[in-house]
Design a protein around this ligand. Structure first.
Ligand SMILES: C[S@@+](CC[C@H](N)C(=O)[O-])C[C@H]1O[C@@H](n2cnc3c(N)ncnc32)[C@H](O)[C@@H]1O
Length: 297
């Protein structure tokens, strides 16, 4: 109880519970109580009952997609680790997703290990972030994540090329959380998305953390890096799926607007012109023909 009160006293949690969750339809919140007590992991993900629902959605859907395509393994990345709350949450969620799907999840985090680097200019939002912000308790964190996740230390710009060359096509990237705050750092992260097509699932989920504050906009920060990337890459697109919100039971949560789809247009899966499957036939309620399921009397 005291844990709950402590969490609620934090402004962010207060906003999440009162402005985002309790403004949703009353009956859905009542159903959610039952799902919380009796529901399966999948149902809890559907009702946003897992802490950091963006991770739960991203990992579960990446694992499902991987399984569908015949992979036993999937890779998940967090850019910007700081004190590791996000990374440790990924580890906890991955454990549940593996139990649910049987898919193994390989987790990597990226961080300087020493907090934020120098900002470039106004595009890095120096009004929000400062050099040295978000340091890490390295030894403590390493002890906790040992054998469960790997942190790659140093500047992302210097580490990303080597990492790209090590990704196994047997464990394609299925989910990426980008939480590096700056435009310049996000630009370095997005270099990853130019890697060989088969190192990704044909559709990879990307969580953009730093796009929701009042000063965030398309000419600065993460949003600027994304729009530059999309302009420069004709076969790779990071886009907000305009119907994603419609597919969620709870629509007011910020994360629903922070979840992007990374489309790998040059992925072999998207280019195979012949598919070995039954031909789709559309019903027509106005016509009588064999196999038509929707016929009017
Ligand atoms: C807001 S914190 C991450 C918080 C974390 N994701 C969480 O959920 O607790 C941002 C982190 O990004 C890291 N970072 C920013 N730019 C970076 C860069 N260019 N290279 C490596 N790390 C970077 C910083 O060191 C900082 O720890």
């Amino acid at each position: 109880m005291s844990f709950l009160l402590k969490r609620l006293s934090q402004k962010n949690s207060w906003n999440k519970v009162f402005k985002q969750r309790l403004t949703e339809p009353f009956h859905l919140n009542i159903i959610a109580v039952f799902v919380f007590i009796f529901g399966s992991f999948r149902k809890k993900v559907a009702y946003d009952l897992v802490i950091r629902p963006q991770h739960a959605f991203g990992l579960l859907n990446a694992a499902d997609q991987a399984k569908l395509r015949g992979f036993n393994d999937v890779t998940v990345l967090e850019f910007g680790v700081a004190n590791g709350a996000g990374l440790m949450n990924l580890i906890a969620v991955a454990d549940k997703v593996t139990k649910e799907t049987g898919v193994n999840i390989h987790i990597y985090g990226f961080d300087t290990g020493e907090g934020m680097p120098e900002p470039l200019d106004y595009r890095d939002h120096p009004e929000y972030y400062n050099t040295g912000d978000f340091p890490m308790n390295k030894a403590l964190l390493e002890e906790k994540i040992k054998g469960k996740a790997t942190i790659i230390y140093g500047s992302i710009k210097e580490k990303i090329d080597e990492f790209k060359s090590t990704i196994s096509e047997k464990a394609p990237i299925g989910f990426v959380a980008i939480d590096v705050d700056y435009y310049s750092s996000t630009k370095d992260v997005l270099d990853l998305f130019k890697a060989k097509a088969t190192t990704f699932l044909p559709l990879t989920y990307v969580y953009m953390d730093d796009i929701f504050m009042p000063h965030h906009n398309e000419k600065c920060g993460e949003l600027l890096a994304v729009s530059e990337f999309n302009q420069a890459q004709s076969m790779r697109q990071l886009s907000y799926h305009r119907f994603f919100e419609n597919q969620r039971i709870f629509k007011n949560a910020n994360w629903v607007k922070q979840l992007y789809y990374f489309h790998v247009l040059d992925h072999p899966y998207r280019s195979e012109l012949k598919r070995d499957r039954k031909t789709y036939v559309l019903d027509n309620p106005y016509l009588k023909f064999e196999g038509n399921k929707k016929q009017f009397d």
